[in-house]
Ligand binder design. Structure first.
Ligand code: NAP
Ligand code: MG
Length: 398
């Protein structure tokens, strides 16, 4: 066949360890034989980030903003052990954190469903896309362990000198207090990211908070979401046949446990932290979960949800052909290619991405899979393959 042409480039962000190994195999076997792959390549391998003092990460983020579409491999977030292992100059911050901040984006995670992996929540027939607000609240809190009885107060001192003071509690004995905050601008961006990606995916948005108890704090979240929806998204949602639905967080959880899925669940920071782990574990494997970073102005970065699969990499270095699941990485690429094709008006590229996704899922549904899914598959796997043979099986079907 003639290779499918690309009109514009994708920002390609390479990464570390086992996922870096599979990244190349996926490109060589499943992409470049069929697509005249056009990317701007950024090597976000740990050593290269360290050598460039993270300049490479900022350049990659700028490329995503400029090109509109990026695809990212998993990367190591350095810690003391990694500094030693890779002989680094410094502890560098999480590249995902840098890119998210640069794009002012929100991360949405979506499980990938196959028929032979039954999730633990039997009514979930379609994926639940979970979006977590990744700013503020308890993650940027200020806490005091109070040693004796006393008065706890909340004080705000404005730039202009105005002071707002409220008593939290006249505390009768020792205890604990906590201060948290959020910013209207951050909540607005979060709402915009959610509505933008929901439109992209043609799914309704559910948002839950506790505004009956937290009338000002959660009330602000509720009001901002409603305002962004009413002023910017109402008409396009109507046209797309989807809706925005607000309810109390506890009611939201209760409804989701009885729902068929196929919706976006927008979560406040803490709810998203907790609920994303619940949704992921109910759906089977971390390797069957994609992640996309969406900016409020509609730039997209696709990646896998899992990390660099360090333990497998050490076995690979000793010569073992590990059975590491490449599905989420493949779907990161297909997500990016489909989005590129959609933006560029090249339906053959979108079609290729859909075919590759189908070939991947059909391979698993035919009983051919990697070890992580074989452990939970029903009916039992027919063949459990290493990553290379599994990718070859997908290629054959493609
Ligand atoms: P991980 O890479 O997600 O792997 C944790 C475990 O989950 C693995 O040991 C493996 O279990 C299983 N697993 C994950 N992905 C799999 C796959 N594709 N196929 C089969 N099994 C898979 O997390 P980690 O080992 O804790 O973290 C390693 C590095 O990744 C860290 O340096 C961390 O900073 C980084 N990280 C990066 C990202 C990102 O860039 N998005 C996200 C998270 C973590 P078994 O060993 O039982 O087979
Ligand atoms: Mg969590």
């Amino acid at each position: 066949m003639a290779k499918i042409q690309m009109k514009n480039k994708i920002a390609e962000l390479d990464g570390d360890e086992m996922t870096r190994v599979l990244w190349q195999v996926i490109k060589d076997e499943l992409l470049t034989p069929y697509v005249d792959l056009q990317t701007e390549y950024y090597d976000l391998g740990l050593k290269n980030r360290d050598d460039s003092d993270d300049k490479i990460t900022y350049e990659a983020a700028a490329a995503i903003k400029r090109l509109g579409v990026g695809v990212k491999c998993a990367t190591i977030t350095s810690n003391a052990a990694r500094v030693k292992e890779y002989n680094l100059k410094q502890l560098t911050p999480s590249p995902n954190g840098i890119i998210r901040a640069e794009l002012d984006g929100t991360v949405f995670r979506t499980p990938i469903f196959v028929k032979n992996v039954q999730g633990t929540v039997s009514c979930w027939k379609k994926p639940i896309i979970l979006g977590r607000h990744a700013y503020g609240d308890v993650y940027k809190n200020c806490e005091i362990k109070t040693p004796c009885a006393g008065k706890a107060e909340l004080v705000f001192t404005g730039e202009d000198g105005t002071e707002i003071r409220k008593t939290i509690m006249d505390m009768k004995g020792p205890g604990i207090i906590q201060g948290i905050h959020n910013l209207d601008k951050s909540i607005e961006s979060f709402a915009r990211c959610c509505f933008t990606y929901a439109l992209d995916q043609k799914v309704s948005v559910w948002f839950g908070a506790k505004d009956t108890i937290s009338k000002t704090y959660d009330g602000d979240f509720k009001a901002i979401f409603q305002n962004v929806f009413d002023t910017e998204f109402k008409d396009s949602f109507e046209k797309a046949g989807i809706e925005y639905f607000y309810t109390l967080i506890d009611d939201c959880v209760a409804r989701i446990m009885k729902h068929e899925g196929g919706i976006m669940w927008a979560c406040k920071n803490y709810d998203g932290d907790v609920m994303s782990d619940m949704v992921a574990s109910a759906c089977g494997s971390l390797a069957m979960m994609t992640s996309v970073l969406v900016s409020p102005d509609g730039k997209f970065e696709y990646e896998a949800s899992h990390g660099t699969v360090q333990k497998h990499y050490y076995r690979y270095q000793k010569g073992e052909k590990t059975s590491t699941n490449p599905v989420a990485l493949i779907f990161a690429w297909t997500g990016a290619l489909a989005k590129r094709g959609e933006l560029d008006g090249t339906p053959e590229l979108v079609d290729f991405a859909k075919r590759l996704e189908k070939a991947t899922l059909d391979t698993i549904e035919a009983g051919i899979m990697t070890g992580d899914i074989a452990r939970i598959a029903s009916p039992a796997a027919k063949k459990v393959l290493n990553s290379w043979d599994f990718i070859a099986a997908i290629k054959e079907r493609l």
